[in-house]
Design a protein around this ligand. Structure first.
Ligand code: GN1
Ligand code: MG
Length: 371
C-alpha cells in the first residue's frame, strides 16, 4: 500500500489523525525542498489529504512554527468566509489529530500535520501560460493585502533573518572559509560573482533600517508552485505553504516570484543558455502584483521592485552555494552537485537581470504610474 520510505513512521502518523483502516494509499507529492509531503488517498467516504512531516533541522523552533501556522490558517479562514468564499478550497485547512491537536508529535519527536487536499486543483513548476503568471501575481498581491491586518505582534519569527541578504552573504563567506567539503577552490568563480555584488546585498535591508521600506506580514516563499489553480476554471484557488509567513518586505515577495517564474529555465537548469529573464513574464507579474496590491505599495516599494527581483535571485543563489559548500544539509537534493547547479542557474539569472535592468525599470515605471 505505501510506496514511500519509512513506512512505519508515516503509517503511525496517519493513524494519529485518521481511523485505522481508512487509508488506501500514500505517496510522495510535490517538489518542496524542505518538508516531506505526501498525498493520502482513503476509502470511500473520506476526502484526500496532504500529510507533511515538518523539517525540524530547518524549523528549529517547531512550537513557534506550529503556533504561526495555526494562527494564520484560522485568520485566513475568517477572511475567506467573510468574503463569501469556500474555505475548504480557498485556504489551507488543518485536520485535527484524534487528540485534538492540530499538529502531532510522534514518539521520535517528529512533527506531522494533515491538511485537506484541494480536489480539482493544479499547480505549476513552470509558467505554461503568461496569463497564469499574471493571476499568480495578483493572488500574491491580494494575499499580502489580506494579511495587512494580521496581528503581526502575535507572529513568531520561525526562521530568524530569513531574507536578510547581507547575513546570507556572510554565511556564504563563513562556509567558504570553513570549506568543510573541500569544494571552495572549485567554486571560485561563483564566490567571486557573489562577492562582486556584496554591496547590493545591503540595498533593501538598509532602506528597511532607515524606515524607507515598511515591514509587512509576508509569505516569504512566493514560488509559482505555492499557488493552487482551479483545474476547471483556471482561476487561482489558494496560496499554500504557509510555513514562512513572517514580517517581511513586499519587494521580496515580488522578487521571489520573478526569480522562480520569470526564468526561462528551471531553478536547477544545467544548460545555462536556457536561463534568462523573460521580460514578457516579468511584465505580466508586475501588472498582476500591482493589481493585487491595489495601490497599497509606497513609492519606495514600487521603485525597489526590480531590486527585489535581483536580490531574491542573488540571495537564493547564495543560499544554494552555501549549502553546497556545507555538504547539502539544508535543501533536499537529487544528486551531489544539485545545489551547485541551482546556484549557477540563479547567478546566471542575476546576470541576465543586470543586462535587462533598464527594461525592468521601465516596465515597473509604466505600471507604477497608474497606481
Ligand atoms: C524552499 O520548501 P520550498 O521548496 O517551498 C525554501 C525557500 C527557497 C526555495 C527555493 C523554508 O522552499 O526559502 O526560496 O526552497 N524554504 C525554506 O526553491 O528555506
Ligand atoms: Mg513549497
Amino acid at each position: 500500500m505505501m510506496q514511500s520510505e519509512n513506512n512505519e513512521a508515516i503509517f503511525n502518523a496517519l493513524e494519529a489523525f485518521l481511523p485505522k483502516d481508512a487509508v488506501v494509499n500514500c505517496r510522495r507529492f510535490g517538489n518542496g525542498h524542505i518538508n516531506d509531503t505526501y498525498l493520502v488517498t482513503c476509502r470511500e467516504g473520506f476526502p484526500r489529504y496532504i500529510l507533511q512531516r515538518v523539517n525540524q533541522d530547518v524549523f528549529q523552533n517547531i512550537d513557534a512554527l506550529n503556533h504561526n501556522v495555526e494562527l494564520v490558517t484560522e485568520f485566513l479562514r475568517g477572511k475567506v468566509e467573510a468574503q463569501g468564499g469556500d474555505p475548504e478550497r480557498e485556504t489551507v485547512v488543518l485536520v485535527p489529530a484524534k487528540d485534538g491537536g492540530k499538529h502531532y508529535f510522534d514518539g521520535e519527536g517528529q512533527c506531522w500535520r494533515l491538511t485537506l487536499y484541494i480536489e480539482d486543483s493544479v499547480c505549476y513548476d513552470q509558467v505554461e501560460k503568461p496569463e497564469d503568471f499574471y493571476l499568480s501575481g495578483r493572488a500574491f498581491g491580494r494575499f499580502q493585502r489580506m494579511l495587512a491586518d494580521f496581528p503581526a505582534d502575535q507572529l513568531l519569527e520561525t526562521i530568524p533573518d530569513f531574507h536578510d541578504t547581507p547575513k546570507r552573504y556572510r554565511a556564504l563567506e563563513r562556509a567558504a572559509a570553513a570549506d568543510r567539503m573541500g569544494y571552495a577552490a572549485k567554486v571560485r568563480e561563483e564566490l567571486d560573482f557573489a562577492a562582486a555584488r556584496e554591496a547590493d546585498t545591503h540595498a533593501a535591508m538598509d532602506m528597511l533600517s532607515r524606515g524607507e521600506l515598511p515591514l509587512r506580514v509576508t509569505h516569504n516563499d512566493t514560488k509559482l508552485n505555492n499557488i493552487m489553480f482551479d483545474a476547471r476554471t483556471g482561476e487561482v484557488l489558494c496560496v499554500v505553504d504557509l510555513d514562512t509567513i513572517m514580517p517581511g518586505l513586499s519587494i521580496f515577495e515580488f522578487g521571489d516570484s520573478i526569480r522562480f517564474g520569470a526564468n526561462t529555465g528551471a531553478e536547477d537548469e544545467k544548460d545555462l543558455s536556457r536561463v534568462s529573464l523573460s521580460l514578457e513574464l516579468f511584465e505580466c507579474y508586475v501588472k498582476g502584483f500591482l493589481d493585487g496590491c491595489g495601490g497599497s505599495l509606497t513609492r519606495a516599494e514600487l521603485q525597489m521592485l526590480p531590486m527585489g527581483a535581483k536580490l531574491m535571485t542573488l540571495e537564493c543563489g547564495i543560499r544554494f552555494l552555501t549549502d553546497y559548500l556545507e555538504g547539502s544539509v539544508y535543501f533536499k537534493t537529487a544528486y551531489p552537485e544539485h545545489n551547485l547547479v541551482r546556484a549557477r542557474s540563479q547567478f546566471a539569472l542575476v546576470a541576465d537581470m543586470e543586462r535587462k535592468w533598464d527594461e525592468m525599470v521601465k516596465i515597473v515605471e509604466k505600471y507604477a504610474a497608474g497606481t
